[in-house]
Design a protein around this ligand. Structure first.
Ligand code: PGA
Length: 257
């Protein structure tokens, strides 16, 4: 089963419109020959349309960092999946641990967002992962299972390519302390098995599972070398064109070997 590698840059709350145009223009140059994997960048909402105009007709794909689940209406401050589609987004991150932590998102709101995204033809990247306390008390698999079972309840998939899972251990995000490739594989393997139970094995084999948390050009290759790690969700290292391009190209080199 060939799963196409996917490298996603999550810019978080960084880059004004002019800074975003600059960064995406640099990426456009440095990644113009990428064909071996899918590359997504997720700028803040305000910069989406400007970045889309820079990367249109390049291999780089646009993603958003969040979405609301309603299509339109009196929801001050929110952005709908249809709005994201119209500015050129193909992917949307759902349930990032920072949203769970600072904005009290839970598995139920993630579930609504995932369904709304798929309905609008956006590919949700659903983030799951345990905190350090949960890991240390041996609850990693329990927490990840709960996030998946509740987050994916009633989600309908035809082949598993309509959504992506990102395993992001909370203790690894922005800390410089990444999961070892073995630690990542252990959870990725568990996630794939569970996806097979929730949906069907064929769907689990098609679905891409990304690792996120302190990914750098130095550790990207080893993480990608794991059998159930199909891609990377990159925060800090996606804010500089050179380091993000190295992460993307490290994978390409690895695949050629
Ligand atoms: P990081 O963030 O690469 O800065 O650890 C990853 C993420 O939060 O998606």
């Amino acid at each position: 089963m060939e799963r196409r590698a996917l490298i996603v840059g999550n810019w978080k709350m960084n880059k004004t419109v002019s800074e975003a145009i600059r960064l995406s223009s640099e990426l456009k140059l440095q990644l113009r020959d990428v064909t071996e994997c899918d590359v997504v960048i997720a700028p803040p909402f305000t910069a989406l349309y400007a970045v889309y105009q820079v990367i249109e007709n390049t291999p780089i794909i646009l993603g958003a960092q969040d979405t609301f689940w309603e299509e339109e209406g009196a929801y001050t401050g929110e952005i709908s999946p249809r709005m994201l589609r119209e500015v050129g987004c193909k992917y949307v991150i759902v349930g990032h641990s920072e949203r769970r932590r600072y904005f009290k998102e839970d598995n139920l709101s993630c579930n609504r967002k995932i369904k709304a995204a798929i309905n609008a033809d956006l590919i949700p990247i659903y983030c799951v992962g345990e905190t350090i306390e949960e890991r240390e008390s041996g609850r990693t698999f329990f927490v990840v299972e709960e996030q998946l079972v509740e987050g994916l309840k009633g989600v309908e998939l035809t082949d598993g390519k309509e959504m992506v899972i990102a395993y992001e251990p909370v203790w690894a995000i922005g800390t410089g302390k990444n999961a070892t490739p073995q630690e990542a594989q252990e959870v990725h393997g568990f996630i794939r098995k569970l996806i097979g139970e929730i949906f069907k094995e064929r769907i689990a084999l098609n679905m891409r599972i990304l690792y996120g948390g302190s990914v750098t050009p130095e550790n990207a290759g080893d993480l990608m070398g794991q059998k159930d790690v199909d891609g990377l969700l990159v925060g800090g290292a996606s804010l500089k064109a050179s380091s993000f391009a190295k992460i993307v190209k490290y994978k390409m080199e690895g695949e050629r070997k």
